[in-house]
Write a protein of this length. Structure first.
Ligand code: CTP
Ligand code: CA
Ligand code: CA
Length: 660
């Protein structure tokens, strides 16, 4: 029988029960400095519900209960929750979807029409796959607005926000929560006994925590609900309050619902946001982690959705975390190599000390199109290259290229003919202002180089990308360069310190040194196999700086969960040297980050073509995940009715917590 905590401290029978927190003054202090090892750390992951679909609903003023899907050619790329109740999913064609739900609104994505200067919503886009190219600009724009609003909502000196994809962010709320804790519990501000920071804190002076409508994951030990909360519970509760307010603000100001996970690290918070959808938030307290993870397939975890996950499944012949927990670390290391082994060992135990990285800079951009029917000459190719250049240039302008804040160093063209992909790349001249015409000229000259090799027609796919972004060059700065702040400013400082023109400096300068777990998984690809929209675009940056926010290329989806490439040292299974970069998709070893980047770009171009051949142009899920599994994604119930905006449902664990 659970005893009331009120009696517990005074009852002699419980005299032995601890009166102090498990946490020390020092650990509390580490919260203020966003220490990634602080046991009180609070990380949130926010993911927009049916994002593209919501963008269209907001744009069109669609009633909330109206089923709506976003169409791309004959396929669907986003389905709102009312439409999901009819069993409509990303696997459906428009025709199938309409059969399931005759009142469905299928809104086609915006497109660039051949020869036009700007994308637009064309009535008849779906029937013009030959002459139009998809634009995701409208969604990028909404994404930026939402991100800006979230940032603004946080105190100006406490904005640790990482954009993880077009519709999701990680927030490190630790610093802000530290401040709130001290405000609400002034006793925490007292000096520690004997001035010794390793002394334990007093227990929180409250015994009941009000979790409101949050979905609380059950504790590992259900009985423990009766225990007094400790500071990690209080911290995460404050985190969930902040997140609830952010979600309400996004809803109120911009009209979007989102779901969130609140936990002690990125991995868990990401799993949490997908736990209950739409429009809900899930709290995973430290004491609930094992319970939360135990029945889960590890392929749901960030970085385990792709090849690495497959490798783990085949090596240990299981998909469940529970089974893996039985395996001693030495054995895992033996099979996967030291770094990956240790990483996996920790991960399945809910341990993840990766940092929320507030840099949100894009490292490359790609514009691509697969042709059906194929194109047959250079003139046709030029037409598309003009559109690609316009598309990329408009995105460059948003990135501040006109102010010379940032600019790409290289341009690449991929060309596909008869199952073979060729690519050419060249440096973008750094001396003069970058404009659209320059991009077109460079693209054409790359095209000419490829064409001159002969046997390049018919061509099934062209992809143009720019990459190797650098901060504005010192000595050649426009006024914009004086206005940069934060990380950009730091970038400039590094540059002037090095007194080397940026174009000459190897990108390696930013590489995180040392093969630690922290930088082992260069790509923080969230969630894994099925539902990510991470793009390959900034892969080179992931090679150099871990977990930068990704940028979402149109047609970028196929990299979802597969880009968890690994740099590795002396892994027996792969037999690579210490300097190798490994492609997680085919296990190829590449010598440099740049080589890996082009290799991944090649995969990317190849996937584009395959996907488009399958009639889902430009978008794809990980091919290894069967579509029935995708449908089982949390939050995509095919039968349950969902109501946007309703937040009143009590969740599991809710009642048990009101024990005070
Ligand atoms: N997307 C896509 N192709 C995919 C997966 C996602 O085009 N294979 C797009 C979707 O249109 C979506 C956005 O990327 O709106 C974000 O993806 P995700 O968060 O995975 O799905 P949502 O549609 O937002 O749905 P959920 O509510 O489950 O998050
Ligand atoms: Ca989403
Ligand atoms: Ca997402």
């Amino acid at each position: 029988m659970p005893s009331s905590p009120v009696f517990r401290d005074s009852s002699p029978a419980y005299g032995a029960i601890r009166r102090r927190s498990r946490f020390t003054y020092k650990q509390l202090g580490s919260l203020a400095s966003y220490s990634t090892t602080s046991p009180l750390r609070v990380i949130a992951h926010i993911d927009l519900d049916a994002f593209y679909a919501q963008c269209e609903m907001v744009r069109l003023g669609t009633p909330e209960d109206q089923p709506l899907a976003v169409q791309q050619w004959q396929g669907l790329i986003a389905i709102n929750y009312p439409a999901r109740t009819f069993g409509i999913g990303r696997h459906c064609t428009v025709t199938e979807a309409r059969k399931l739900c005759p009142q469905l609104i299928a809104q086609h994505v915006a497109t660039w029409k051949e020869g036009e200067e700007k994308w637009a919503y064309h009535e008849d886009a779906a029937s013009h796959i030959g002459t139009h190219k998809v634009s995701l600009d409208p969604y990028r724009l909404q994404s930026r607005k939402i991100l800006a609003l979230i940032k603004d909502f946080l105190p100006s000196n406490r904005q640790k926000v990482e954009k993880a994809s077009i519709d999701e962010v990680f927030l490190d709320l630790s610093g802000q929560i530290h401040g709130i804790l001290l405000e609400r519990f002034p006793e925490l501000g007292n000096p520690p006994p004997y001035d010794d920071p390793s002394e334990n804190l007093p227990l929180p002076s409250i015994t009941a925590l009000d979790w409101q409508a949050d979905a609380l994951v059950d504790l590992d030990d259900i009985e423990a609900e009766a225990d007094d909360p400790d500071w990690d519970d209080v911290a995460i509760l404050i985190g969930s309050e902040i997140v609830r307010d952010i979600r309400a603000e996004v809803r109120q100001q911009l009209g979007y619902t989102c779901s969130a996970g609140i936990a002690s690290n990125k991995m868990l918070s990401k799993l949490g946001s997908g736990h209950k959808k739409p429009n809900q938030q899930t709290v995973i307290r430290n004491r609930a982690v094992q319970h939360f993870l135990s029945d889960m397939k590890f392929t749901k975890i960030r970085n385990l959705g792709g090849k690495l996950g497959e490798q783990v499944v085949s090596t240990f012949d299981t998909e469940t975390i529970k089974d893996l927990l039985e395996i001693p670390v030495e054995q895992i290391k033996l099979k996967l190599g030291d770094d990956t082994g240790i990483w996996l060992y920790n991960t399945i135990r809910g341990i993840d000390a990766s940092e929320v990285n507030s840099r949100t800079q894009i490292k490359s951009m790609l514009s691509a199109k697969s042709f059906r029917p194929s194109i047959n000459n250079v003139e046709q190719a030029y037409k598309w290259l003009r559109i690609f250049a316009a598309d990329i240039f408009s995105r460059l302008v948003e990135e501040g290229v006109l102010e010379n804040k940032r600019r790409p160093k290289t341009i690449n063209l991929y060309h596909r003919h008869g199952g073979q992909t060729r690519s050419r790349s060249t440096a973008i001249p750094q001396g003069k202002k970058l404009d659209e015409a320059t991009l077109i000229d460079l693209a054409k000259s790359l095209m000419n180089q490829i064409a001159s090799e002969g046997r390049v027609w018919p061509c099934a796919n062209l992809s143009l990308s720019v990459g190797g972004f650098e901060d504005g060059v010192v000595g050649n700065m426009g006024i914009g360069a004086f206005l940069v702040k934060g990380d950009e400013a730091k970038g400039l400082k590094t540059q002037s310190d090095a007194s080397t023109p940026s174009s000459d400096r190897p990108e390696k300068r930013r590489r995180v040194e040392g093969p630690s777990i922290q930088n082992f998984f260069k790509r923080d690809s969230p969630y894994g196999a099925t539902e990510d929209n991470d793009s390959i675009e900034d892969a080179d940056e992931h090679q150099t700086l871990r977990s930068l926010a990704s940028h979402d290329a149109e047609d970028s989806r196929k990299e979802a969960g597969e880009t968890d490439f690994v740099t590795t040292k002396s892994s027996e299974t792969r037999q690579l040297s210490i300097t190798d970069y490994m492609c997680s998709r085919c296990n190829a070893g590449l010598e440099t980050a740049e080589a890996l980047q082009s290799h991944l770009d090649w995969h990317f171009a190849k996937d584009l073509q395959q996907e488009e051949e399958r009639g889902r142009p430009g978008f794809a899920s990980h091919t290894s995940v069967p579509s029935d599994q995708k449908q089982k994604k949390p939050g995509a119930p095919s039968s349950k009715k969902s109501s946007r905006g309703s937040n009143s449902k009590l969740e599991q664990g809710q009642s048990r917590l009101k024990f005070g």
